[in-house]
Design a protein around this ligand. Structure first.
Ligand code: GLP
Length: 262
């Protein structure tokens, strides 16, 4: 696993955007580049940078197919807190990606289980995800895979923990009872099957989750720790998120990453 430590959130986002752009531009196959994407506040700076580079002609998304990580169950697309709405507002409406290349789980599907199976099959039909960008929750959840979700889970319906309802209530008038209690989410296995995984971890409140991801054992308690089993996982983080790493770990990654490289 690589851990790329950047001074602050802005630099972390710029590094991640550089990495994504380099991968898209290096992709020379006829089939599309398949990019997994998250919501949340962590990726917003990356999306702004991708928009800027797309407008500057440095990257095109015409041959990119995206799969989002998750969606609340029971929210209409048009709801301003749906992840469909978020993704269009924050990224898709501002780049040159064809609408048919965007895949987001349908939180209003009549049969949510069938919707999840369809989604997994569609990912497989493209030959899997090339690069899955993600964020994590303060409890280390990856997509909506809360603590104790199987590390081999596939896309499915998830119950959200009270902790997550409270954290996410900031988008629902600070009222946890307004947050949907279930979501559709790719599984940990879906993410770790990707050729590459790039996870953004920013801020003091994610310090425990970063330490658990990097230094703790692989455990379903911290579902993000499954990244340790991935052959090409990268965590891009900022200094603020490093507060719970041991000094040795922190120094190791600064040392090994000090050569300028993507
Ligand atoms: C939600 C999403 C996750 C995201 C997490 C962290 O729970 N389902 O995919 O990683 O929030 O969000 P933030 O980046 O705002 O801390």
């Amino acid at each position: 696993m690589r851990v790329v430590i950047q001074e602050d959130y802005g630099k972390m986002c710029k590094w991640a955007a550089d990495y994504i752009v380099s991968k898209i531009n290096a992709h020379k196959e006829d089939r599309p580049f398949v990019l997994g994407l998250p919501t949340g506040s962590s990726p917003i700076g990356v999306y702004q940078e991708l928009i800027r580079r797309n407008k500057a002609g440095e990257v095109t998304f015409k041959n990119v197919v995206t799969f989002n990580m998750d969606e609340y169950l029971g929210l209409e697309r048009e709801h301003d807190q749906s992840y469909w709405y978020f993704m269009h507002d924050q990224l898709f409406d501002h780049i040159d990606i064809p609408a048919e290349n965007v895949n987001i789980l349908n939180g209003m599907a009549e049969d949510p289980v069938a919707e999840c199976a369809r989604y997994e099959a569609k990912i497989a039909s493209y030959g899997g995800v090339d690069l899955f960008l993600g964020g994590i929750g303060v409890d280390g959840h990856l997509a909506f895979n809360e603590p104790f979700t199987s590390l081999s889970s596939r896309t499915g319906v998830r119950d959200l923990t009270t902790d997550t309802l409270i954290v996410n209530s900031r988008f629902f008038g600070n009222d946890p009872s307004k947050v949907p209690t279930q979501a559709l989410s790719v599984g940990i296995g879906t993410v770790t099957d990707s050729k590459e995984v790039l996870i953004l971890i920013s801020g003091h409140n994610k310090a425990r989750a970063l330490a658990a991801s990097v230094e703790g054992g692989v455990s379903q308690k911290w579902t993000c720790s499954a990244l340790q089993l991935h052959p090409a996982a990268i965590i891009a983080c900022d200094e603020a998120a490093c507060g719970e790493l041991t000094v040795d770990t922190y120094k190791y990654f600064l040392d090994i990453e000090k050569k300028e490289r993507l």
